[in-house]
Design a binder for this molecule. Structure first.
Ligand code: GLN
Length: 287
C-alpha cells in the first residue's frame, strides 16, 4: 500500500463512511485513526502531513469498512463513557446510553437526601457493561451493590469495570436468571432494586437503528411480545427481596409510562416518573 498522510486517510475514510445516519463520519474517522495509531486524538490535528505506516493504514481501512456497515464504534474502541467514567465494552454487552444516566442520577439524589447510618444495599437485574452498578457504587461511597445477568459476558465485563474504578470490594456480579442466583447469598433485604431491563417489543427490534439491531445483544433488548415481560417479573418478584419501604427503580421506553404505572400500582406506593434530558419519560420509581 502506498504511504498516505493523516489528512488523505481521513478524507478517504469520510468517502467510505459517507452520510450514514449512524456515523458521525469525521469524528468516527478521527477516533478510529487515533485508535489504530495508538495516539491521542490531538496528535492528528498537529500531524496532518505525517505518513501512516502501511500496516496501520491497512488496519485503519478495515475498521472504517466495518464501521461503515454499522458496527458500533464503541465495540471497536472497546470503550464508552457513562456518568463520567470509562467503561470497557465488547460484543455481548449493551453499550451504555446517556439516557440511562437519568436513572442513576435520580437514585444517587434520593439516597443522598436520606441520612442512614449504614450504606444502602442495592440489587440490579440485568448487568450489561456494569455501567449502572459500578457508577452507583462509585458515587454512593458506602453502597453495597449486587448485580445479576443471565449471560456470562456481562458478568465478566462488569467485574472488570468495577476493578477499573476501584469498587470491586463493594460490587458483586452474579450469573443467572432474574432473582435466581440470590438465594445462594442467604437472606439479604435490599433497600433498592434497579433495572434497565430489555424493553423493546420482540417484533420491533428489527426496526431499531441498524447498529443496535444487528450488533448489540438481543438478550439485552427483547422485552417479549409487549415489551413489558421483565417489568412484570421484576416488579412482582422483587417484593420478596425489598425491605419494607424499599425502592424499585426502572428505566423505561419513552411510551411505557402508563403501562408501568399500571404494573406497579398494585404493590408499590408514591410512584414517580422522571423525564430524560430530551423530555421523554425515562424512569419510574415506586416504594
Ligand atoms: N434504550 C435501548 C435502545 O437503544 C433499549 C435498551 C433496553 O431495552 N433496555 O433501544
Amino acid at each position: 500500500m502506498v504511504a498516505e498522510t493523516v489528512k488523505i486517510a481521513l478524507e478517504k475514510a469520510l468517502e467510505i463512511m459517507g452520510e450514514r445516519e449512524y456515523t458521525s463520519p469525521l469524528l468516527d474517522a478521527r477516533l478510529l485513526l487515533s485508535h489504530v495509531l495508538e495516539v491521542d486524538k490531538s496528535y492528528l490535528y498537529l500531524n496532518l502531513d505525517s505518513e501512516i505506516p502501511g500496516d496501520r493504514l491497512k488496519r485503519f481501512y478495515e475498521l472504517v469498512e466495518k464501521r461503515a456497515k454499522g458496527y458500533p464504534l464503541q465495540y471497536i474502541l472497546g470503550s464508552q463513557e457513562f456518568m463520567g467514567l470509562e467503561f470497557h465494552v465488547e460484543e455481548g454487552v449493551l453499550v451504555p446510553r446517556p439516557d440511562t444516566e437519568v436513572l442513576v442520577e435520580r437514585i444517587i439524589e434520593l439516597v443522598k437526601s436520606e441520612k442512614t447510618e449504614s450504606g444502602p444495599k442495592i440489587l440490579e437485574i440485568g448487568t450489561g457493561s456494569g455501567a449502572i452498578a459500578v457508577s452507583l457504587a462509585y458515587y454512593i461511597e458506602d453502597a453495597e451493590v449486587y448485580s445479576v445477568d443471565i449471560d456470562e459476558t456481562p458478568v465478566r465485563v462488569a467485574a472488570e469495570n468495577a476493578k477499573r474504578h476501584g469498587v470491586e470490594s463493594r460490587t458483586h456480579f452474579l450469573h443467572g436468571s432474574l432473582f435466581e442466583p440470590l438465594d445462594q447469598l442467604g437472606e439479604i433485604e435490599y433497600d433498592i432494586i434497579v433495572s434497565n431491563p430489555p424493553y423493546i417489543k420482540s417484533d420491533e427490534i428489527e426496526k431499531l437503528q441498524l447498529e443496535v439491531s444487528t450488533f448489540e445483544p438481543k438478550l439485552a433488548l427483547d422485552g417479549g411480545d409487549d415489551g413489558l415481560v421483565f417489568y412484570r417479573e421484576i416488579s412482582s418478584g422483587g417484593l420478596r427481596y425489598l425491605k419494607s419501604g424499599g425502592m424499585l427503580a426502572f428505566e423505561i421506553g419513552h411510551d411505557q409510562k402508563e403501562s408501568l404505572i399500571e404494573i406497579m400500582d398494585r404493590d408499590y406506593r408514591d410512584i414517580e416518573t422522571v423525564a430524560d434530558y430530551g423530555g421523554n419519560d425515562r424512569v419510574v420509581i415506586g416504594y
